[in-house]
Design a protein around this ligand. Structure first.
Ligand code: ZN
Length: 193
C-alpha cells in the first residue's frame, strides 16, 4: 500500500479537535487509517510519530515508533504502535523542555516546548483493548505532541504571540514558494508534452 501525502500547515484538518469514537465506530475505516499512518510514517526519514489529521483523516488515532518492542526484538526494522481514543488523565507539575519538529510544519528550526515530565494516559490498542499507562520524558513528549494534533494544536501554537507571528510569516512564505514550484513544474510538463 502506498504512503499518503502529509498534510501541511495551513490545512483546516490540522486545526480541528477530533471527537473520540464509540465502540460501534471502531471499524475497518480505523484499521485502514492505521495502516495508512504506518505506511506513511515509514516513508519518512525523521518522523517518530504521526497523527490521523496529518494524512487528512478526522479520526482519534495516532501512531508512534514502538521503541520498547524494537529493543525487545532487537529489531532494526521500524515497528509502530497505535493509540486509539487517546486521553491524558494525569499530568505531573514538573515539566521538561522538549525540542520538537513536525512533519506538518516543515522548514523551521525545532521548537522548544515545556511539557509535563510524567503523564498517565488511557487509550485502546489495535486489538481495541483498553490500556492505562504512565509515560515519562521523551516518550511522554511524543505522546503529547501527537495528542496535540488530535486537539487541533500544532507546535507553533505553544509559542508566544510575537514569536508565533514571525514563524507563521516564514511558513506562509514557504507555502507560497511550494505552490509556485508546483505551478512551475506543471507548466514545464505542459511544455514538454
Ligand atoms: Zn506533528
Amino acid at each position: 500500500m502506498k504512503a499518503k501525502e502529509i498534510v501541511k500547515y495551513g490545512a483546516e484538518v490540522l486545526t480541528k479537535k477530533i471527537e473520540l469514537l464509540n465502540k460501534k465506530e471502531l471499524d475497518e475505516n480505523l484499521t485502514k487509517g492505521i495502516k495508512d499512518l504506518k505506511n506513511t510514517l515509514s516513508e519518512t526519514k525523521t518522523g517518530i510519530g504521526l497523527a490521523a489529521p496529518q494524512i487528512g483523516l478526522s479520526l482519534p488515532v495516532f501512531i508512534t515508533m514502538d521503541f520498547e518492542e524494537m529493543a525487545k526484538k532487537e529489531s532494526t526494522d521500524k515497528l509502530y504502535k497505535a493509540y486509539i481514543n487517546p486521553e491524558i488523565i494525569e499530568k505531573s507539575k514538573e515539566c521538561i523542555s522538549s525540542s520538537e519538529g513536525c512533519l506538518s510544519v516543515p522548514g523551521i528550526p525545532p521548537i522548544h516546548i515545556y511539557r509535563p515530565n510524567k503523564i498517565k494516559v488511557k487509550y485502546l490498542n489495535e486489538e481495541y483493548k483498553e490500556i492505562e499507562e504512565e509515560l515519562f520524558a521523551e516518550f511522554g513528549c511524543v505522546f503529547q505532541h501527537e495528542y496535540d494534533h488530535l486537539q487541533g494544536k500544532l507546535i507553533i501554537d505553544h509559542l508566544k504571540k510575537t514569536k508565533r507571528k514571525e514563524i507563521e510569516k516564514k511558513l506562509k512564505k514557504n507555502n507560497f514558494n511550494n505552490e509556485k514550484s508546483i505551478i512551475n513544474k506543471k507548466s514545464t510538463k505542459r511544455k514538454m508534452d
